[in-house]
Each structure stands twice: as C-alpha cells, then as structure tokens.
Design a protein around this ligand. Structure first.
Ligand SMILES: [Zn+2]
Length: 60
C-alpha cells in the first residue's frame, strides 16, 4: 500500500502511483534520503523515506 501517515495530526493518506514514481525519480536524482510532501489536512511537512518509496513503486 502506498500510504503515508502524518506525524503531526495522524492523518493517513494514499500516494498515487504517479506521485510515487515522480518522488522516487526526484530522490534518486538528487540523492536524497527522504521525499517531503505536505499533509493535505494540516500542511505539516511529511517525510517519506527513500526505502519506502522504493518499496511502494510499481515493480518492473
Ligand atoms: Zn497532518
């Protein structure tokens, strides 16, 4: 499941397949440990570890 939980408000939201693919591309290009996005509910910055993105990405 491509689900992320906000550490501040506890809101769970699902990342679209396209977003995961774009996020993974970005972390790989920039060699980042985390991809950051905003919680849709409280706008807190949520970090998604690169390893999680790799797990969430569609398998070839
Ligand atoms: Zn939140």
């Amino acid at each position: 499941m491509r689900r992320v939980r906000c550490q501040r408000c506890g809101h769970m939201f699902t990342l679209s397949r396209d977003l995961v693919a774009a996020a993974l591309e970005e972390v790989q290009q920039k060699d980042l440990e985390h991809y950051t996005l905003e919680c849709p509910r409280c706008r807190h910055t949520v970090k998604v570890p690169r390893a999680d993105l790799e797990r969430m990405a569609p398998q070839p």
